[in-house]
Design a protein around this ligand. Structure first.
Ligand code: ATP
Ligand code: MG
Length: 409
């Protein structure tokens, strides 16, 4: 059973009990556009208590706000009671939620293209907000006065850019100008919520258009204060050179490609990235430029090649060189590096060291920092292919110890 079939099953059941139930929001927009929708949300005049009673398996995560998750054959469908949201405080949360009818529920939604319903039983679109006309025109427009709607929830400004990027729609001029005049206020929204929408912009193939809008509207500067405007022209070019499918971290590294790593990491702290995303981003930012040295030693090459994000670093550097006016030398260097990598075949990049610490102590090495240095230099010689057997490694280590006078008497 697909998500859509699960949602329709729920709608049929609610209708049988005399309730109005409709598909709502993003899935209606995507169906009308002929795009694949991921979530199929249901909106209904049944109260959360009714929904919980009717369906066997439910999660009452947001029942207070009118949202119940219904589980049908392993699918989770959001069933929300028609509501109005009023008394917004601090541009973030509605103060009061009141259950209402479908038309009012449409009116609380953010954009006209997101404000439609679909009745799958009668096969009709229910459109109180002229969403279909804006879908035709391919524009993102707030429902109601943009300044008011953004004043209720500042995140909607960033969502406008996200939908515009994902759908390739323009932002209606009145809506865009309200974003420009309110952009600064996005900083009052939590970093996690900003990160979700920003990720939507940056991982989309249309990301460079999205970032242009973020820069032009002032949202980019508001999210990352001090972001050098001059560098953004290059960043937008780098973003446009990336392959279609990228991770958030690679896109962020591209956005900050003209900035110092430390500055960029500091700016990204507000996004509250996960540990692995942070590691990924840090690796990309701090290793920029290294792959342009295509004649690096074999050991260095093997070590960096064994890094989990190596190919993202390669992709980032390729995009940077493509975006730079004098990047031809860099592209050529990357090409040569790629050939070297290919020639390595599937050689083991991080083989086990030929000798371990105990072996080295047995040879007379004194435990301590000197031992660490010996182990490291020996491992590099091994990666370089200069040492192939344990016997060779022992001889090499003994010479090293004599040279450094580290043998225990
Ligand atoms: P996607 O396909 O990317 O999930 P979506 O339209 O489903 O897009 P969601 O963020 O999942 O977007 O939200 C579902 C629906 O809830 C939206 O279509 C919109 O009608 C409404 N909505 C979500 N966030 C807001 C908001 N901040 N203000 C007003 N309405 C909102
Ligand atoms: Mg959705």
């Amino acid at each position: 059973m697909t998500n859509k079939q699960a949602a329709i099953k729920i709608i049929k059941r609610l209708s049988r009990d005399g309730f109005q139930a409709l598909l709502a929001g993003g899935c209606v927009r995507d169906m009308l556009l002929g795009r694949r929708a991921h979530d199929f949300d249901v909106a209904t005049d049944a109260a959360p208590a009714d929904v919980v009673k009717i369906f066997k398996r439910t999660l009452k995560v947001g029942a207070k706000f009118g949202v119940v998750i219904v589980l049908v054959e392993g699918k989770q469908i959001e069933v929300a009671t028609f509501r109005t949201e009023t008394g917004y405080v601090d541009g973030r949360h509605p103060g009061r939620v009141k259950f209402a009818g479908a038309a009012e529920d449409a009116g609380r939604r953010d954009f006209t293209i997101n404000g439609m319903f679909y009745d799958p039983l009668r096969r009709e679109v229910i459109d109180y907000v002229d969403g279909q006309a804006d879908l035709e025109k391919q524009i993102v427009r707030t429902i109601g006065k943009p300044a008011e709607r953004f004043g209720e929830d500042y995140l909607r400004m960033l969502r406008a850019v996200r939908f515009s990027t994902q759908l390739g729609f323009a932002i209606e001029p009145g809506t865009f100008s309200a974003i420009c005049s309110n952009a600064k206020k996005i900083a009052r929204i939590s970093g996690e919520r900003i990160a979700i929408e920003l990720e939507g912009v940056l991982v989309n193939p249309n990301r460079s258009a999205g970032v242009s809008m973020l820069v032009k509207s002032g949202l980019a500067e508001a999210i990352f204060p001090g972001l050098p405007f001059r560098q953004m022209k290059l960043a937008i070019k780098v973003l446009s050179q990336l392959r279609k499918k990228v991770d958030f971290a690679l896109a962020l590294a591209s956005l900050f490609s003209g900035c110092e790593a430390e500055f960029a990491l500091e700016k990204c702290r507000i996004l509250k990235l996960s540990r692995s995303q942070n590691k990924h981003l840090k690796f990309l930012l701090t290793n920029r430029g290294k792959l342009l040295d295509d004649r690096m030693s074999l050991a260095k090459l093997k070590m960096i090649l064994a890094e989990p994000y190596f190919w993202d670093l390669y992709e980032l550097q390729r995009a940077i060189e493509k975006a730079r006016p004098n990047g031809r030398g860099g592209i050529a260097a990357l090409g040569r590096l790629r050939k070297r990598i290919k020639a390595l075949g599937d050689v083991e990049l991080r083989p086990k060291p030929l000798l371990n610490g105990h072996d080295l102590i047995r040879l007379g090495a004194v435990p301590g920092p000197g031992l660490g240095q010996l182990a490291e230099e020996m491992y590099i010689a091994q990666l370089e292919g200069k040492l192939q057997t344990a016997r060779q490694a022992r001889q090499w280590a003994q010479k090293w110890l004599q040279k450094h006078r580290m043998i225990e008497k």
